[in-house]
Design a protein around this ligand. Structure first.
Ligand code: NAP
Length: 298
Protein backbone atom coordinates (compact mmCIF):
# COMPACT_ATOMS: atom_id res chain seq x y z
CA UNK A 1 0.00 0.00 0.00
CA UNK A 2 1.24 3.52 -0.80
CA UNK A 3 3.04 5.45 1.94
CA UNK A 4 0.55 8.33 2.24
CA UNK A 5 -2.45 5.99 2.40
CA UNK A 6 -0.74 3.82 5.01
CA UNK A 7 -0.69 6.88 7.24
CA UNK A 8 -4.46 6.54 7.64
CA UNK A 9 -4.55 2.81 8.37
CA UNK A 10 -4.67 3.45 12.10
CA UNK A 11 -7.76 5.62 11.64
CA UNK A 12 -9.28 2.96 9.34
CA UNK A 13 -8.72 0.19 11.86
CA UNK A 14 -10.42 2.23 14.56
CA UNK A 15 -13.38 3.64 12.60
CA UNK A 16 -14.16 1.46 9.58
CA UNK A 17 -15.82 -1.96 9.77
CA UNK A 18 -15.00 -4.74 7.33
CA UNK A 19 -17.23 -4.87 4.25
CA UNK A 20 -16.34 -8.37 3.04
CA UNK A 21 -18.46 -9.47 0.11
CA UNK A 22 -20.56 -6.29 0.09
CA UNK A 23 -21.18 -4.70 -3.30
CA UNK A 24 -20.30 -1.04 -3.78
CA UNK A 25 -20.54 1.39 -6.69
CA UNK A 26 -18.29 4.47 -6.73
CA UNK A 27 -18.93 7.15 -9.32
CA UNK A 28 -16.00 9.27 -10.49
CA UNK A 29 -13.74 6.48 -9.28
CA UNK A 30 -10.95 7.03 -11.78
CA UNK A 31 -9.46 10.05 -10.02
CA UNK A 32 -9.23 12.19 -6.91
CA UNK A 33 -11.46 11.41 -3.96
CA UNK A 34 -13.42 8.72 -5.83
CA UNK A 35 -10.27 6.77 -6.59
CA UNK A 36 -9.07 6.96 -2.99
CA UNK A 37 -12.50 5.80 -1.80
CA UNK A 38 -12.40 2.83 -4.18
CA UNK A 39 -9.00 1.90 -2.74
CA UNK A 40 -10.21 2.10 0.86
CA UNK A 41 -13.35 0.09 0.08
CA UNK A 42 -11.29 -2.62 -1.59
CA UNK A 43 -8.97 -2.70 1.40
CA UNK A 44 -12.06 -3.33 3.58
CA UNK A 45 -13.09 -6.31 1.43
CA UNK A 46 -15.97 -4.75 -0.55
CA UNK A 47 -16.42 -5.64 -4.21
CA UNK A 48 -16.22 -2.34 -6.04
CA UNK A 49 -17.67 -1.24 -9.38
CA UNK A 50 -15.91 1.81 -10.78
CA UNK A 51 -18.45 3.98 -12.59
CA UNK A 52 -16.48 6.26 -14.91
CA UNK A 53 -17.27 8.36 -17.96
CA UNK A 54 -14.02 7.71 -19.82
CA UNK A 55 -13.15 4.14 -20.84
CA UNK A 56 -9.47 5.06 -21.03
CA UNK A 57 -9.23 6.75 -17.63
CA UNK A 58 -11.49 4.11 -16.05
CA UNK A 59 -9.33 1.28 -17.39
CA UNK A 60 -6.15 2.92 -16.13
CA UNK A 61 -7.68 3.22 -12.64
CA UNK A 62 -8.92 -0.38 -12.76
CA UNK A 63 -5.45 -1.64 -13.63
CA UNK A 64 -3.83 0.34 -10.81
CA UNK A 65 -6.36 -0.98 -8.31
CA UNK A 66 -5.99 -4.58 -9.51
CA UNK A 67 -2.22 -4.26 -9.21
CA UNK A 68 -2.56 -2.98 -5.63
CA UNK A 69 -5.32 -5.45 -4.62
CA UNK A 70 -4.75 -8.62 -6.67
CA UNK A 71 -7.29 -10.54 -4.57
CA UNK A 72 -9.84 -7.69 -4.60
CA UNK A 73 -13.02 -7.81 -6.65
CA UNK A 74 -13.38 -4.78 -8.87
CA UNK A 75 -14.73 -4.00 -12.31
CA UNK A 76 -15.47 -1.02 -14.54
CA UNK A 77 -18.75 0.18 -16.02
CA UNK A 78 -19.15 3.30 -18.11
CA UNK A 79 -21.43 6.04 -16.85
CA UNK A 80 -21.84 9.59 -18.09
CA UNK A 81 -23.84 11.63 -15.60
CA UNK A 82 -24.25 14.35 -18.21
CA UNK A 83 -26.47 12.06 -20.27
CA UNK A 84 -29.70 10.53 -18.94
CA UNK A 85 -29.60 7.73 -21.52
CA UNK A 86 -26.15 6.67 -20.25
CA UNK A 87 -27.45 6.71 -16.66
CA UNK A 88 -30.46 4.58 -17.62
CA UNK A 89 -28.23 2.11 -19.47
CA UNK A 90 -25.94 1.88 -16.43
CA UNK A 91 -28.91 1.18 -14.12
CA UNK A 92 -30.08 -1.55 -16.51
CA UNK A 93 -26.69 -3.26 -16.37
CA UNK A 94 -26.66 -3.20 -12.58
CA UNK A 95 -30.23 -4.55 -12.47
CA UNK A 96 -29.18 -7.54 -14.54
CA UNK A 97 -26.65 -8.54 -11.90
CA UNK A 98 -27.46 -10.79 -8.95
CA UNK A 99 -27.47 -9.58 -5.40
CA UNK A 100 -28.17 -6.44 -3.44
CA UNK A 101 -26.17 -3.29 -3.57
CA UNK A 102 -24.77 -2.17 -0.23
CA UNK A 103 -22.95 1.10 -0.99
CA UNK A 104 -23.73 3.72 -3.60
CA UNK A 105 -21.05 6.36 -3.27
CA UNK A 106 -21.48 9.44 -5.44
CA UNK A 107 -18.09 11.06 -5.95
CA UNK A 108 -18.39 12.26 -9.56
CA UNK A 109 -18.61 16.00 -9.92
CA UNK A 110 -17.56 18.96 -12.03
CA UNK A 111 -16.52 22.54 -11.33
CA UNK A 112 -16.65 25.20 -14.03
CA UNK A 113 -16.72 22.56 -16.81
CA UNK A 114 -15.88 23.21 -20.44
CA UNK A 115 -19.23 21.92 -21.68
CA UNK A 116 -22.11 24.40 -21.35
CA UNK A 117 -24.94 21.86 -21.19
CA UNK A 118 -25.64 18.19 -20.64
CA UNK A 119 -26.99 15.95 -23.41
CA UNK A 120 -30.46 16.70 -22.05
CA UNK A 121 -30.07 20.46 -22.20
CA UNK A 122 -29.43 21.19 -18.51
CA UNK A 123 -26.67 23.58 -17.42
CA UNK A 124 -23.61 21.32 -17.13
CA UNK A 125 -22.70 21.77 -13.45
CA UNK A 126 -26.20 21.31 -12.05
CA UNK A 127 -26.83 18.60 -14.66
CA UNK A 128 -23.92 16.42 -13.50
CA UNK A 129 -23.59 17.28 -9.80
CA UNK A 130 -27.31 17.21 -9.06
CA UNK A 131 -29.75 16.07 -11.79
CA UNK A 132 -27.64 13.14 -13.04
CA UNK A 133 -26.76 12.07 -9.50
CA UNK A 134 -30.43 12.10 -8.48
CA UNK A 135 -31.48 10.11 -11.54
CA UNK A 136 -28.84 7.48 -10.81
CA UNK A 137 -29.91 7.29 -7.16
CA UNK A 138 -33.58 6.84 -7.98
CA UNK A 139 -32.75 4.18 -10.59
CA UNK A 140 -30.63 2.13 -8.18
CA UNK A 141 -32.67 2.55 -5.00
CA UNK A 142 -34.82 -0.57 -5.55
CA UNK A 143 -31.59 -2.62 -5.60
CA UNK A 144 -30.19 -1.26 -2.36
CA UNK A 145 -30.00 -3.40 0.79
CA UNK A 146 -32.13 -2.08 3.67
CA UNK A 147 -29.01 -1.56 5.79
CA UNK A 148 -27.10 -0.17 2.79
CA UNK A 149 -25.82 3.37 2.42
CA UNK A 150 -26.30 6.00 -0.25
CA UNK A 151 -23.60 8.62 0.12
CA UNK A 152 -23.58 12.01 -1.58
CA UNK A 153 -20.39 14.02 -1.89
CA UNK A 154 -21.42 17.61 -1.47
CA UNK A 155 -19.28 20.58 -0.49
CA UNK A 156 -18.69 23.19 2.16
CA UNK A 157 -20.06 25.72 -0.30
CA UNK A 158 -23.58 24.27 -0.21
CA UNK A 159 -24.35 26.83 2.53
CA UNK A 160 -23.58 29.67 0.11
CA UNK A 161 -25.70 28.27 -2.72
CA UNK A 162 -28.68 30.15 -4.13
CA UNK A 163 -31.32 28.37 -6.16
CA UNK A 164 -32.74 30.18 -9.14
CA UNK A 165 -36.45 30.73 -9.37
CA UNK A 166 -36.73 29.51 -12.95
CA UNK A 167 -34.56 27.17 -14.94
CA UNK A 168 -32.15 29.52 -16.68
CA UNK A 169 -31.22 29.29 -20.31
CA UNK A 170 -27.92 27.41 -20.07
CA UNK A 171 -25.05 29.81 -20.43
CA UNK A 172 -21.65 29.40 -22.03
CA UNK A 173 -19.71 30.12 -18.86
CA UNK A 174 -20.35 28.61 -15.47
CA UNK A 175 -18.45 29.12 -12.27
CA UNK A 176 -18.60 29.17 -8.51
CA UNK A 177 -22.27 30.25 -8.39
CA UNK A 178 -23.48 27.23 -10.34
CA UNK A 179 -21.24 24.90 -8.35
CA UNK A 180 -22.60 26.19 -5.03
CA UNK A 181 -26.16 25.93 -6.35
CA UNK A 182 -25.60 22.33 -7.51
CA UNK A 183 -24.21 21.33 -4.11
CA UNK A 184 -27.03 23.03 -2.21
CA UNK A 185 -29.56 21.14 -4.34
CA UNK A 186 -27.71 17.88 -3.77
CA UNK A 187 -27.39 18.35 0.01
CA UNK A 188 -31.10 19.25 0.22
CA UNK A 189 -32.02 16.14 -1.77
CA UNK A 190 -29.94 13.98 0.61
CA UNK A 191 -31.56 15.69 3.62
CA UNK A 192 -35.07 15.12 2.22
CA UNK A 193 -34.42 11.46 1.38
CA UNK A 194 -33.09 10.91 4.91
CA UNK A 195 -36.16 12.56 6.45
CA UNK A 196 -38.58 10.47 4.36
CA UNK A 197 -36.73 7.17 4.77
CA UNK A 198 -38.59 4.07 5.94
CA UNK A 199 -36.96 0.96 7.40
CA UNK A 200 -36.81 -0.82 4.02
CA UNK A 201 -34.65 1.92 2.54
CA UNK A 202 -30.88 2.38 2.88
CA UNK A 203 -29.35 5.14 5.02
CA UNK A 204 -28.93 8.48 3.26
CA UNK A 205 -25.76 10.35 4.16
CA UNK A 206 -24.00 13.47 2.95
CA UNK A 207 -20.26 13.96 3.15
CA UNK A 208 -17.94 16.76 2.19
CA UNK A 209 -14.21 16.30 1.89
CA UNK A 210 -13.12 19.77 2.99
CA UNK A 211 -10.71 21.11 0.42
CA UNK A 212 -8.04 19.07 -1.35
CA UNK A 213 -5.97 19.16 -4.53
CA UNK A 214 -7.46 16.84 -7.18
CA UNK A 215 -8.12 17.09 -10.89
CA UNK A 216 -11.32 19.11 -10.25
CA UNK A 217 -9.56 22.30 -11.33
CA UNK A 218 -7.51 20.74 -14.16
CA UNK A 219 -7.16 23.01 -17.16
CA UNK A 220 -8.16 20.05 -19.39
CA UNK A 221 -11.53 19.82 -17.59
CA UNK A 222 -12.44 23.37 -16.66
CA UNK A 223 -12.88 26.69 -18.41
CA UNK A 224 -10.33 28.32 -16.13
CA UNK A 225 -7.24 29.93 -17.48
CA UNK A 226 -4.55 27.14 -17.42
CA UNK A 227 -2.25 29.32 -15.34
CA UNK A 228 -5.00 29.87 -12.76
CA UNK A 229 -5.63 26.10 -12.70
CA UNK A 230 -1.97 25.32 -12.08
CA UNK A 231 -1.57 27.98 -9.41
CA UNK A 232 -4.84 26.94 -7.76
CA UNK A 233 -3.78 23.30 -7.74
CA UNK A 234 -0.36 24.15 -6.31
CA UNK A 235 -1.91 26.29 -3.59
CA UNK A 236 -4.38 23.57 -2.61
CA UNK A 237 -1.63 20.93 -2.66
CA UNK A 238 0.50 22.96 -0.26
CA UNK A 239 -2.12 24.35 2.09
CA UNK A 240 -4.97 21.84 2.34
CA UNK A 241 -5.15 18.22 3.38
CA UNK A 242 -4.25 15.34 1.02
CA UNK A 243 -6.96 13.55 -0.95
CA UNK A 244 -6.21 10.32 0.94
CA UNK A 245 -7.36 12.10 4.09
CA UNK A 246 -10.21 13.99 2.42
CA UNK A 247 -11.64 10.62 1.30
CA UNK A 248 -12.02 9.46 4.90
CA UNK A 249 -15.30 11.37 5.33
CA UNK A 250 -16.89 9.09 2.71
CA UNK A 251 -15.31 6.03 4.31
CA UNK A 252 -16.79 6.92 7.69
CA UNK A 253 -20.17 7.14 5.92
CA UNK A 254 -19.63 3.82 4.12
CA UNK A 255 -18.13 1.74 6.91
CA UNK A 256 -18.37 3.68 10.15
CA UNK A 257 -20.82 4.03 12.97
CA UNK A 258 -23.27 6.55 11.48
CA UNK A 259 -27.02 7.21 11.43
CA UNK A 260 -29.43 7.99 8.64
CA UNK A 261 -29.29 11.73 7.87
CA UNK A 262 -25.78 12.26 9.20
CA UNK A 263 -23.64 14.77 7.46
CA UNK A 264 -19.89 14.18 7.72
CA UNK A 265 -17.05 16.63 7.18
CA UNK A 266 -13.50 17.29 8.35
CA UNK A 267 -13.28 18.45 11.94
CA UNK A 268 -10.70 21.24 11.44
CA UNK A 269 -11.18 25.01 11.12
CA UNK A 270 -14.35 25.76 9.10
CA UNK A 271 -14.40 22.11 8.01
CA UNK A 272 -11.55 22.68 5.55
CA UNK A 273 -9.32 19.82 6.68
CA UNK A 274 -8.88 17.18 9.33
CA UNK A 275 -10.19 13.78 10.30
CA UNK A 276 -13.94 13.22 9.83
CA UNK A 277 -16.62 14.12 12.30
CA UNK A 278 -20.39 13.75 12.17
CA UNK A 279 -22.40 16.96 11.97
CA UNK A 280 -25.92 17.89 10.83
CA UNK A 281 -27.12 19.61 7.67
CA UNK A 282 -26.89 23.42 7.86
CA UNK A 283 -30.01 25.57 8.18
CA UNK A 284 -30.03 26.62 4.53
CA UNK A 285 -29.96 22.99 3.39
CA UNK A 286 -32.76 22.02 5.78
CA UNK A 287 -34.88 24.94 4.55
CA UNK A 288 -34.29 24.04 0.90
CA UNK A 289 -35.19 20.40 1.68
CA UNK A 290 -38.51 21.62 3.14
CA UNK A 291 -39.33 24.00 0.29
CA UNK A 292 -38.11 21.65 -2.43
CA UNK A 293 -37.64 24.47 -4.95
CA UNK A 294 -36.19 22.83 -8.07
CA UNK A 295 -36.24 24.55 -11.44
CA UNK A 296 -34.26 21.66 -12.94
CA UNK A 297 -36.67 18.80 -12.31
CA UNK A 298 -37.22 16.69 -15.44
N1 NAP B 1 -11.44 18.66 -4.31
C1 NAP B 1 -12.11 19.40 -3.42
O1 NAP B 1 -11.55 20.28 -2.73
C2 NAP B 1 -13.58 19.19 -3.24
C3 NAP B 1 -14.24 19.97 -2.27
C4 NAP B 1 -15.59 19.76 -2.06
C5 NAP B 1 -16.27 18.81 -2.79
N2 NAP B 1 -15.60 18.08 -3.74
C6 NAP B 1 -16.38 17.10 -4.50
O2 NAP B 1 -15.73 15.86 -4.45
C7 NAP B 1 -16.11 15.07 -5.58
C8 NAP B 1 -14.89 14.45 -6.21
O3 NAP B 1 -14.12 15.49 -6.79
P1 NAP B 1 -12.53 15.47 -6.84
O4 NAP B 1 -12.07 16.64 -6.06
O5 NAP B 1 -12.01 14.12 -6.51
O6 NAP B 1 -12.27 15.83 -8.37
P2 NAP B 1 -11.81 14.92 -9.61
O7 NAP B 1 -10.50 14.29 -9.34
O8 NAP B 1 -11.91 15.82 -10.80
O9 NAP B 1 -12.94 13.81 -9.66
C9 NAP B 1 -14.17 14.03 -10.26
C10 NAP B 1 -14.62 12.75 -10.89
O10 NAP B 1 -15.92 12.96 -11.46
C11 NAP B 1 -15.93 12.40 -12.76
N3 NAP B 1 -16.93 13.02 -13.62
C12 NAP B 1 -16.99 14.29 -14.04
N4 NAP B 1 -18.03 14.45 -14.88
C13 NAP B 1 -18.64 13.25 -14.98
C14 NAP B 1 -19.75 12.77 -15.72
N5 NAP B 1 -20.43 13.57 -16.56
N6 NAP B 1 -20.10 11.48 -15.59
C15 NAP B 1 -19.40 10.65 -14.77
N7 NAP B 1 -18.33 11.03 -14.07
C16 NAP B 1 -17.94 12.33 -14.18
C17 NAP B 1 -14.51 12.68 -13.27
O11 NAP B 1 -14.23 11.88 -14.40
P3 NAP B 1 -13.09 12.34 -15.46
O12 NAP B 1 -11.77 12.04 -14.83
O13 NAP B 1 -13.40 11.55 -16.65
O14 NAP B 1 -13.26 13.83 -15.66
C18 NAP B 1 -13.70 12.30 -12.03
O15 NAP B 1 -13.53 10.91 -11.97
C19 NAP B 1 -16.89 16.02 -6.50
O16 NAP B 1 -18.27 15.82 -6.34
C20 NAP B 1 -16.51 17.40 -5.98
O17 NAP B 1 -17.51 18.36 -6.23
C21 NAP B 1 -14.28 18.25 -3.97
Amino acid sequence: MRKKAMRYQKWMTKHAKRLDGKAAIVTGANSGIGYECARYLLSLGASVTLACRSAERGKAALERLRAEFPAGRTDLLLLDLADFSSIDAFVQQIRQRDGRLYILLHCAGVYYPREATTADGLPATVGVNYAGTVRLTEGLLPLMAADGRVIFTTSLVDRFGKIRRDAPAPRGKEGYREYAESKLLLSAYACKKAAERDEKAPLFLAVHPGITATSLLDASKTSHNPLFSRLGHGFLYLFTHPKEKAALTAILAAAGDVKNGDCIGPRGFFGISGYPRVTRFCRRVRKQARIGQDPYRR
